[in-house]
Design a protein around this ligand. Structure first.
Ligand code: SF4
Length: 463
């Protein structure tokens, strides 16, 4: 009988893509998914090391799974935490059989007997674009009608609070051809009834979500002959257009605001998914300069106004850091004013996490954690009210919804796993694109019925 694996994924969508690739590799190596961690021969934890809270969650998960696994099952820890704190983890957690950085390789057929050496090899450090690379590994069919695709790894920016470039390395983008081939494979797999890791036939693939640490900069690092980025060309806009030819929905996550060019905006609006996930982090110009980031609130507001003028359905998400060293009351007030003016659909707020080795770690004027938390609460409360009000505005509006699972789906306004959801009639099927009318809002979520079942008082255009 084939050995079985259990894979637990923590952290952001980028980590989820890595996990998909690991599942693809394990499957090729003859492993099968287990029904639970207790049934698995191999338990893998794909960790997150972004901030302290994420590290703690990763450690708790490792310990829980170490307890839950059955005798003889092997426990492997991979992902950002393994990459960044591999030696410390290895020493501090004897229950872990292998700590493996991003280059974890499943090099062998499954071990023949329990307790045999783990058939994995570990490598450390950012990987070159050639050779073994998580980015280029096979992946299984998607069990949902959408899929993340990671288009680049690493980051060339120097944001003061961020340790990611120090362990993920410089940006290295995949070629457009490789990415398109992955999209085509996912689409054709779903069309031909491929079986997803959950054991069910994959639903039709309708939405691709492009992710990278700095998505707007996709392709700018490619420099081999024939791939050199031409002056005035936007590789991410080209890629967006190419993906949009293949699926009903193309969505982009994590756009650094200076990368939001006219060409990219136009490409996004033409996909029919006018969703802009802007990585703003703050709006006070002096504080952004301390963060070693571009922009200020006025510019962000102008850009958003232009986009809204071009498309009334434009949807905005952003995330912000509260309590960065040197953040003054005035900086914080500016952020609150900005939130009131910007009327973002979705907002995420995080307190500053002091990461060893970053520029911000040794800056003067560190903010007491209680104050950062208080600022976070203020912003969250304000944004929750704005989000709820914007969801109320959808009541009575017609939309097209992608059904993610029977009874629930998303319109263009909601990214998977991050934003609210649309509750639908229970007889809807995953992969369907259906016309609905929104009937009620409940905080971030909305309820909708099929347009054909709705009384004619419908308003608004369908999207
Ligand atoms: S752009 Fe994102 S990943 Fe890159 S350094 Fe800044 S915060 Fe980190």
């Amino acid at each position: 009988m084939a050995e079985r694996f259990w894979l637990e994924t923590l952290g952001c969508p980028k980590n989820k893509v890595d996990s998909d690739k690991l599942v693809g590799t394990l499957t090729l190596d003859g492993y099968q998914p287990a029904d639970s961690p207790e049934d698995a021969d191999l338990v893998v934890v794909n960790t997150c090391a972004f901030i302290e809270a994420a590290r703690q969650e990763s450690i708790d998960t490792i310990l829980e799974l170490a307890d839950a696994r059955r005798d003889g099952a092997r426990l492997v820890v991979t992902g950002c935490m393994a990459e960044r704190y591999g030696d410390e983890l290895h020493q501090a957690m004897p229950e872990v059989d292998l700590v493996a950085g991003f280059g974890v390789e499943f090099t062998d057929t499954p071990p023949a007997s329990k307790g045999a050496p783990v058939a994995l090899t570990a490598t450390r450090g950012p990987r070159p674009a050639q050779g073994f690379d998580l980015l280029e590994l096979a992946r299984p069919a998607s069990p949902v009608p959408w899929a993340y695709i990671k288009v680049a790894e690493g980051c060339d920016r120097i944001c003061g609070f961020c340790a990611i470039p120090s362990f993920r390395g410089k940006q290295r983008s995949r070629s457009t051809d490789e990415i398109i081939a992955e999209v085509d494979l996912l689409v054709s797999g779903a069309e031909s009834g491929a079986i997803a890791p959950d054991g069910q036939p994959a639903p039709a693939l309708r939405e691709i979500v492009l992710v990278a640490q700095d998505l707007a900069s996709y392709g700018r690092d490619r420099s081999s002959p024939g791939e050199r980025v031409q002056a005035g060309r936007s590789p991410i806009a080209d890629l967006t257009r190419a993906v949009a030819e293949r699926v009903a929905r193309t969505r982009l996550l994590y756009l650094y605001p200076s990368g939001l060019t006219d060409e990219l905006i136009s490409a996004v609006l033409h996909t029919g998914v006018p969703y802009f996930d802007l990585s703003l982090q703050h709006v006070s110009r002096p504080l952004l300069a301390r963060m070693r980031r571009w922009g200020d609130g006025e510019r962000f507001l102008r850009r958003m106004a232009d986009i809204r003028a071009a498309d009334q359905h434009a949807t905005f998400r952003s995330s912000f850091i509260l309590g960065y060293p040197g953040e003054t009351e005035r900086d914080h007030d500016r952020l609150l004013e900005f939130l009131g003016e910007a009327q973002l659909d979705w907002g995420g707020f995080f307190t500053f996490s002091n990461e060893v080795g970053t520029h911000a770690a040794d800056l003067p004027d560190q903010i007491p954690p209680e104050l950062a938390l208080e600022r976070l609460r203020e912003c969250t409360e304000l944004q929750d009210g704005i989000t709820a009000a914007r969801r109320d505005l959808l009541i009575g509006q017609a939309r097209q919804v992608l059904v993610d699972a029977p009874g629930r789906g998303r319109s263009v306004h909601e990214a998977p796993e991050i934003d609210g959801i649309v509750y639908l009639p229970a007889d809807t099927q995953a992969g369907e694109l259906i016309d609905v009318v929104v009937t009620a809002a409940e905080g971030p979520d909305i309820h909708a019925v099929r347009a054909t079942d709705h009384e004619p008082a419908t308003a608004g255009s369908r999207r």
